[in-house]
Design a protein. Structure first.
Length: 252
């Protein structure tokens, strides 16, 4: 039996769950903060909640973006760096836990290519016989595994690749965002909007030039602190299938 029957996969959907928790901004959990609608700034007399709604609406119009995520969750540290668009393209890296990274290329809505580094493969092969571990490394190290996106084991890996679904998780109607300082994120000017509840504080960074899209979300404290950065809005996503010689086709 081929060792691809035991192929590694990213089992946890907590990456997507943590993302959703961060973008929800705790809107249902807190009461309103006071805000001065006449305060000066790049958004004139708009209040914090009005700016947040404007930013969320603008962000939802994105055709593509890059997502840089680093979170601490109850399942351990998680990282992701992905470029994705509304047409189904997605490419980047995913890390769940303290070691091991998976590369991902999804050139269309039908197939996905996954490549696992040695640390990831060795972690996945724990509990297997020494013979099976070495066979897995020999067959999969440095190679891309091609699989249909409909494969149940591929769905967890693709949890952050659905741009439309991710953007739909942004909540409008926030009444918690207090206008803060002006700063920069990745060289772009931004306004900080903050809110706090119990021991958790979330800061939203909104672009003040061009489309007022969200550039970064930072959560400090709470159960899942971390940072999500958005960039390269509406830029083409480079998600080209790898060379055939480097691909292990599970359907082939």
């Amino acid at each position: 039996m081929s060792v691809t029957a035991h192929r590694p996969r990213i089992r946890r959907t907590a990456l997507a769950a943590a993302f959703c928790a961060a973008v929800a901004l705790g809107a249902a959990a807190c009461g309103p903060f006071s805000d001065d609608p006449k305060a000066a700034g790049p958004f004139g007399q708009l209040s914090g909640p009005q700016i947040a709604d404007k930013a969320i609406a603008a962000t939802k119009t994105a055709d593509s973006l890059t997502l840089d995520l680093a979170l601490k969750t109850t399942d351990g540290p998680m990282k992701a760096y992905l470029a994705l668009d509304t047409q189904g393209k997605c490419a980047g890296t995913l890390t769940v836990g303290t070691t091991g990274t998976a590369e991902l290329i999804k050139p269309d809505s039908k197939v996905v290519y996954l490549r696992f580094d040695e640390a990831f493969l060795r972690e996945e092969a724990k509990g297997e016989s020494a013979e099976m571990r070495e066979a897995m490394l020999k067959e999969l190290k440095g190679r891309w595994v091609k699989t249909p996106v409909t494969d149940p084991e591929a769905k967890d890996s693709l949890a952050l690749c659905d741009l439309k679904a991710l953007l739909s998780d942004f909540e409008e109607g926030l009444d918690l965002s207090v206008k803060g300082e002006e700063t920069t994120v990745g060289g772009r000017k931004a306004l900080m909007l903050t809110q706090a509840f119990d021991k958790e504080k979330t800061t939203l960074y909104v672009a003040t030039e061009g489309e007022p899209r969200i550039l970064k979300i930072v959560t400090v404290g709470g159960e899942e602190p971390g940072t999500i950065t958005f960039a390269d809005y509406d830029k083409p996503v480079a998600a080209k299938a790898p060379p055939a010689k480097d691909v292990l086709d599970e359907q082939g």
